[in-house]
Design a protein. Sequence first.
Length: 87
Amino acid sequence: MIKFFRKIRQNLLMENKTGKYFKFAMGEIVLVVIGILIALQISNWNERRKDLAQEQLVLMQLQREYISNLNQLDEKILMRNERISSL
């Protein structure tokens, strides 16, 4: 593919068609920029996916911790109530 573009570029320069050469060069630049933008977008999508997975993990851990704390609190309240009623 690179040889193909190089051949076109050399032919345009040899034939003194600088206007066409510059149009061709601009086309190549546009293609490279589009490729870079696509790669950046894919990278952003991947990072977003990873962030969402991490967020879900943290939320699940928080939920488990909350339930555990709630159970411990219920046990302590029950123990305190038993002590109070035994007095």
